[in-house]
Design a protein around this ligand. Structure first.
Ligand code: G6P
Length: 489
């Protein structure tokens, strides 16, 4: 900076996601306490030094009164967050309904709801209307805060309608959209009644990103087959306008995990866990309690392993952390009871008076407890039936430089494309194959473990969340917006 020149302001990045990275608890009529989550997206965006990020999203709570809304808006502003207020009915139809009961299972190859076809069709229409309405509400808030030169980055399946709403407001806005789930084969997407409208809305963005090449390819095929548009190596073209489509695999803030292992409290916790499970190998699963995570299949595979390997029965324990999620959706409620039933049966079958084979926890752990658990694990089981990326596998690897444990990883998780050579890849639907992989992992010699771990560790520490965000945002910033092309011509 030369003397007398004003300091150049950083360009602003508006990050729009269904959920803000905070949990908000109301303490009084006009007071809120906020807890900022230090999750993947937050640390990724802190690493994007070129831009100053602001978040726009739902705070996850219903705030019907104006006093409460004003107070929450003010508290959030200090954290650079801007709320979108959604009432209970919209949350029910848009979030529980269209997002989590229709798009989420469909994008993970679990199909559309089938129980009562007529009722589903009726509610489908009202849920889609609520979805569009909610996306428009997000767009209104973005538009209200948008300043010329800002870059807008929309996230995930909740907001597929948003790029179009934003471009309708202002065709010069630079808009990116990123999907954190798989994008399914075009044959699956074709079954969705609103298939075309959603694709067209996403195509209004300037840059569309996915975790893997396969997801990007499926999206382009859906646009060519369903909309009849032209797919090019760069993306999708519609009447001379190109929407760039590409893969940007996310990573984690690996340093944060590696540093945590040095914290005295974590080391103390590691000592306690080692003592608690002395003489037994520790197997670990960490998942949201979601049907895509394949928790019942994983536990059944563990049962089969115990059945076929009696000598291991008192030498191994499976710790399964199942974080409750979307508890208002009936499918998730059913899954909880199903998992409890299976765990109870297996513990009854193989437990002794002093030990049980499965420790199942229906809750999340704090960051330090989680790091300690990752560090003492011998074998991690990530057996999602489908998963956009799955960063638990990355977190486990980051915490394993001392132990060099084995990762059993579903071939249907995006992470299989990056950690495939280091992990044991499995088809999670094949219980026998997973059971055999457990035996292979527990019996693996240290040379082989070291070789596999090294491959994964290098990947996890060099492909970080910061780099992911930086690449996406700089590519988005470099796209030439349609309106600019028109004015130049
Ligand atoms: C997945 C989605 C995210 C979502 C998260 C938690 O990872 O891709 O967008 O935020 O699940 O789910 P929830 O419904 O609680 O936000």
């Amino acid at each position: 900076k030369q003397e007398g020149q004003p300091l150049r302001q950083r360009q602003r990045l508006l990050v729009v996601a269904n959920r803000l990275p905070v949990s908000a608890v109301r303490r009084g009529e006009d007071s809120w306490s906020l807890d900022i989550s230090a999750g993947g997206l937050v640390s990724a965006l802190l690493g994007v030094k070129e831009f100053e990020a602001r978040w726009i999203g739902w705070a996850g709570v219903n705030v019907p009164d104006e006093i409460g809304q004003k107070a929450l808006t003010k508290a959030l502003a200090e954290k650079r967050c801007i709320p979108v207020f959604l009432d209970e009915e919209i949350v029910h139809q848009y979030y529980n309904g269209y997002c989590n009961n229709i798009l989420w299972p469909l994008f993970h190859y679990l199909g559309l709801p089938q129980e009562d076809r007529l009722a589903t069709t009726r509610s489908f229409q009202s849920q889609f209307a609520a979805y569009k309405k909610a996306n428009q509400m997000f767009a209104d808030v973005v538009n209200e805060h948008y300043l010329d030169g800002d870059v807008v980055w929309c996230h995930d399946y909740h907001l597929m309608f948003l790029p179009k709403c934003l471009k309708d407001y202002n065709s010069k806005m630079k808009v990116g959209w990123f999907l954190h789930t798989p994008f399914p084969s075009s044959e699956i997407h074709r079954t969705l009644p609103s298939r075309s409208e959603l694709l067209r809305s996403v195509l209004a963005a300037d840059l569309v990103g996915f975790h893997t090449y396969d997801y990007a390819r499926h999206f382009v095929s859906a646009c060519t087959r369903i909309l009849g548009l032209e797919g090019t190596p760069e993306g999708v073209e519609d009447q001379g306008r190109l929407t760039r489509v590409a893969a940007f695999p996310i990573g984690i803030d690996s340093e944060r995990f590696i540093r945590a292992l040095e914290v005295p409290q974590v080391q103390e916790h590691i000592r306690e866990l080692k003592e608690r499970f002395a003489g037994r190998k520790v197997m670990l699963g960490v998942d949201r309690l979601d049907m895509i995570k394949g928790i019942p299949q994983k536990i059944l595979a563990f049962e089969k392993f115990l059945e076929e390997n009696p000598s291991w029965r008192d030498k191994v324990v499976l710790l399964q952390i199942a974080v409750p999620t979307r508890t208002d959706v009936p499918e998730y409620q059913k899954l909880t009871s199903q998992v409890h039933e299976i765990v109870g049966r297996i513990n009854g079958r193989f437990g002794t008076l002093t030990a049980v084979p499965i420790h199942h926890l229906d809750r999340s752990l704090d960051f330090h407890a989680l790091c300690a658990l990752y560090a003492v694990t011998d074998v991690a089981l990530v057996t999602s039936l489908r998963d956009g990326m799955n960063l638990v596998s990355y977190e486990f690897v980051a915490c394993q430089d001392a132990k060099k444990g084995v990762l059993i990883l579903s071939e249907f998780a995006g992470a299989a494309q990056s950690l495939g050579a280091g992990a044991i890849l499995v088809n999670p639907w094949n219980i026998t194959e997973v059971a055999n992989s457990i035996a292979q992992a527990l019996n693996m010699d240290s040379e082989e473990r070291e070789k596999r771990h090294k491959h994964n560790f290098i990947h996890v520490t060099t492909h970080t969340a910061q780099e992911w965000a930086e690449t996406f945002v700089s590519e988005l910033n470099d796209t030439v917006v349609e309106a600019q092309i028109r004015t130049r011509q």
